[in-house]
Design a protein around this ligand. Sequence first.
Ligand SMILES: [Mg+2]
Length: 265
Amino acid sequence: MRLTNFKNLNNKKLIVFDLDGTLAETKAKMDGEMSGLITRLLGQKKVAIIGGGKLELFKHQFLSELTAPKEFYKHLYLFPTTATTFLRYHNSWKKVYAHNLSKSELKQIMSAFKLVFKEINYAPEKKIYGKTIENRGSQVTWSALGQDVVKILGKRGVALKNEWRDKNTPLKMKVAMHLRKYLPGLEVHAAGHTSIDITKKGIDKAYGLKQIEKYLHVKIKDMLFVGDAIFPGGNDYAITKTKVDYVPVKGPEETKKIIREVLTK
Ligand SMILES: [Mg+2]
């Protein structure tokens, strides 16, 4: 249920965050203030992060900036590539599970992209930064401007992605819709600003929440989800299929306000 009243937030046992656009600006690093707030939160609660990016991106955006002492890591759970992989910390990051795509699924996905782009006469962007289609093991991700646009251009890359999203979201939805036609056995998510994620069927952020419940023995009603894309078509929207309490945010600054509400004074 969407929460509008933040009075009892500190009763929650586990806080689940989306990463990109929620804890950090898109593909950018989390800032120092956020790191401090997450550290305080880890001292009081369990924290899980479910993002579309791969583990390397979690390391780049989040772990490399996190100043929390290592003993707090036992309260931190990572779900990269849309919860297709679950990691927890025992002296180092250990996989609890990973649902990797098979070779034949990967082949199907690549040919589906070719067919769809031809079918809708898709004209690729003139300037591409890095790969547009990336195999992340348990997920294949298409990014219209290339995977590395922010890595290469920094803030200008973020602006370009925002611009692309504002102009081309209907196009992205169309690509996703056509992909679903060719990939009925797989899950196609129109995900972040410029990207589409493909995973095994039935894996989305709602699946992630259920896995947290199963592995960490925390009931969904004792969780709070915070994300920047909890709207139809957004990659956090799946969590509304569960009974989780959630707060939509516009970006990291709003997330910080929510964390301050959750922290016991
Ligand atoms: Mg997001």
